[in-house]
Ligand binder design. Structure first.
Ligand SMILES: Cc1cc2nc3c(=O)[nH]c(=O)nc-3n(C[C@H](O)[C@H](O)[C@H](O)COP(=O)(O)OP(=O)(O)OC[C@H]3O[C@@H](n4cnc5c(N)ncnc54)[C@H](O)[C@@H]3O)c2cc1C
Length: 348
């Protein structure tokens, strides 16, 4: 049995795990490590700081299927729709620039439920708060070190974190990258953003009718969503929530500042844009240092094989494009390569 480590419990990592399980079943032991306290990565649904039942999507907001992807990724869309993880969007998104034939979907339980669905299908052993720091090639396996100390060995490793975090890994990785591979990874760029979630008491009813809007007259805020309305997820006894994303320029300008120092600037601008907004009961602020991919790996190969045997492969939205379908493309590409490599290893 091959022991495969997937680093990153985001959409790419969870779908890789699911595809491996469906194809290789008990021939593979799948282990997923993530440095965060929860799964989801940039598709995580965060809980309010002081209540366990309020939650909001601080990262990805909705899924847009172009006609081409609706066809080529039909099996994933129909699986998620029939499981109730996705549903067509019903609310108004003001300022959304739509192309003919695009279909938007939301996740009633939050975007984190997409990742949870694939992880649960994968039967992988998922370990959180496991921050990978180094990789060493040890004969036919990889020794993987993590921050809390200790290391484990695996027959294959898949890295799905943002490219700058891949390049930070110590050990043998940097020496194993060819010069063209280094050049390809060095050009990858991400936008940065701050995201704020405001949670309100149950008696609050928003005075506006939209579920989300793109803001055009602010240099600070570019997007606001009434998160529960957008997700069609009003829960009796639970107040609404609002999610705010800052603009790319604002994110860049304040990137090195503490998020708690940036929070008041965003709140002041929000008061200007929505002067009637009631006081929230709690607020959560998050800094996305790596938000969406601005420049992906040239030619968008879907994955990069660093070593064939023992397999070491990188994937994630930087190897395709920064949305649901980009992650699916990357996961499919990692999977088809790794499947062949594990086959070689098993028969050797
Ligand atoms: C603000 C925002 C809005 C977005 N809006 C949309 C949208 O509306 N629609 C859409 O389709 N997409 C949207 N996206 C993009 C989408 O969220 C991403 O393309 C997708 O989530 C990327 O998934 P991934 O698995 O490739 O990477 P990630 O989700 O980043 O997963 C990588 C994981 O690796 C973990 N990790 C990193 N380093 C280590 C380490 N050393 N050791 C262990 N674990 C590690 C991280 O904790 C993370 O969980 C948005 C993203 C953001 C940030």
């Amino acid at each position: 049995m091959s022991r495969v480590l997937i680093v990153g419990a985001g959409l790419t990592g969870s779908l890789c795990a699911c595809l491996l399980r469906r194809e290789l079943q008990s021939k593979v032991q799948i282990v997923v490590w993530d440095k965060a306290r929860g799964t989801g990565g940039r598709m995580s649904t965060s809980r309010a700081p002081d209540t366990s039942s309020h939650s909001a999507d601080l990262g990805a907001q909705y899924i847009t299927a172009t006609p081409a992807y609706a066809r080529s990724h039909h099996s994933f869309y129909s699986e998620l729709l029939s499981a109730g993880v996705l549903q067509p969007i019903h609310c108004l998104i003001q300022g959304l620039r739509h192309k003919d034939g695009d279909q938007d979907y939301v996740t009633p339980l939050g975007t984190g439920s997409l990742v949870k669905h694939f992880l649960s299908e994968s039967g992988a052993d998922v370990f959180l708060e496991r921050h990978v720091t180094a990789l060493y090639r040890r004969g036919a396996s990889w020794e993987v070190e993590r921050t809390a100390g200790g290391s484990e060995t695996f027959d294959a490793v898949v890295l799905t974190m943002p490219v700058p975090q891949i390049l930070q890994l110590q050990g043998d990785l940097r020496n194993l990258l060819s010069v063209p591979q280094k050049q390809q990874l060095d050009v990858v760029r991400y936008s940065s953003r701050f995201a704020l979630a405001l949670f309100f008491s149950p008696d609050v009813v928003f005075s506006f009718s939209w579920g989300a809007q793109y803001v055009s007259d602010s240099s600070v805020i570019c997007y606001i969503a009434a998160d529960n309305r957008k997700r069609s997820a009003d829960t009796p006894g639970l107040g609404p929530s609002l999610v705010i994303h800052t603009s790319v320029l604002f994110g860049l300008e304040h990137l090195e500042q503490d998020k708690e120092d940036v929070k008041p600037i965003i709140l002041e601008e929000l008061r200007r844009l929505l002067p009637d907004l009631p006081q929230p009961i709690s607020i959560k602020c998050h800094k996305w240092r790596y938000s969406q991919v601005l420049t992906s790996v040239p030619d968008c190969p879907g994955h990069m094989t660093i070593v064939d045997q023992p397999p070491l492969i990188c994937g994630g939205d930087a190897f395709s494009h920064s949305n649901f379908d980009g992650c699916v493309e990357s996961a499919l590409s990692v999977f088809s390569t790794l499947k062949g490599m594990l086959g070689v290893q098993q028969s050797a």
